[in-house]
Design a protein around this ligand. Structure first.
Ligand SMILES: [Zn+2]
Length: 315
């Protein structure tokens, strides 16, 4: 099965989650609203975004399915909800409802590991068909190497559910814990038998930072069950990760397809000739464009199938 392992949905109504004023006024949020023609914060707007996502996936005929990601709130070390520091919240139940309606959507659950009921919520999501757990520690405010995460890792290993965890910096969402960017913080997860997919392969989020590609490459070489997704790599600051993740076949064989839709996908000039680039830029479907760019760059069938194997989908 060919899967895009990294696709976002946002909640616009309180029934399905929340967006902070900081995130609402972010220039990227405004750009995306304009791009998709969604200006309200009501059920109608939420439904419109759902329909755009469903159409985007349906048009991307090279893919069989996309993992749609929930996004948990911030919790403190006592296990209490921290609404003041939560910028994005998309409930697991919202995504559970979406995947029931749309057969090409898969459930990507999100559970903050400091929750008192973290393991119970994980098990509820597994029972509801979760294919992976998604984390963004620098925005959700936790340290993936903290001992509070260990029981959660043990439960994940028991249920054989992979972890898709953001690595390096972030531009689309406000960052509250910038110290938790390194792929090496995920070592306690792999040591406990969890299959880990480091989102963005540690690539830098802006031109000023160095990023964590070296750390990612080391982890991917050293640990059999440590992978990386290529989501958002078709953004100019992240293009610089390509030569390093593609040069070593051991690392190349650890790459998993992801787009980070609705984030834009731009062809890297170092790999894509001008004529092909012009053709790709004509495609307003950024999920499909992301597939086209990666196919052109030589990403092979095994790469597109890899997520399906990790997520234990039928072949
Ligand atoms: Zn993402």
């Amino acid at each position: 099965m060919r899967i895009d392992v990294h696709v976002h949905i946002t909640a616009l109504t309180p029934a399905h989650g929340a967006m902070s004023p900081l995130l609402r006024n972010n220039h990227l949020t405004r750009f995306l609203r304009l791009r998709f023609g969604i200006f309200g914060d009501d059920e109608k707007s939420e439904r419109a975004f759902e329909n755009i996502l469903a159409k985007t996936i349906a048009q991307t005929t090279d893919l069989d399915a996309a993992v749609v990601l929930a996004f948990d709130r911030v919790y403190d070390e006592n296990g209490d909800i921290d609404d003041a520091r939560t910028n994005l919240f998309v409930t697991n139940d919202y995504v559970i409802d979406l995947v029931k309606k749309h057969p090409k959507m898969l459930f990507g659950a999100s559970v903050h590991p400091y929750r008192k009921d973290a393991v119970a919520e994980l098990e509820r999501c597994v029972a509801a068909g979760a294919t992976l757990i998604k984390w963004l520690p620098i925005t959700q405010g936790f340290d993936p190497s903290h001992k509070l995460c260990f029981p959660f890792y043990e439960a994940m290993a028991h249920h054989k559910i992979p972890l898709l965890c953001h690595t390096s910096g972030e531009r689309a969402l406000p960052v509250i814990s910038p110290q938790f960017q390194s792929p090496e913080l995920l070592l306690p997860a792999v040591e406990r038998g969890v299959t880990v997919i480091a989102a963005h392969c540690g690539s830098r989020a802006d031109n000023k930072s160095k990023g964590f590609v070296d750390e990612f490459v080391r982890m991917a070489r050293d640990h059999e069950h440590f992978y990386g997704d290529t989501s958002a790599l078709n953004l100019p600051p992240r293009w610089t990760a390509y030569p390093r993740i593609l040069e070593d076949p051991r690392v190349r064989n650890k790459l998993v397809h992801g787009s980070d839709w609705p984030i834009i996908s731009l062809p890297p000039p170092e790999y894509v000739k001008w004529g092909a680039m012009a053709r790709m830029m004509m495609d307003g479907n950024w999920m499909r464009r992301d597939v086209a760019i990666k196919k052109y760059m030589g990403f092979d069938e095994a790469y597109f199938q890899r997520a399906g194997t990790l997520l234990r989908m039928p072949t």
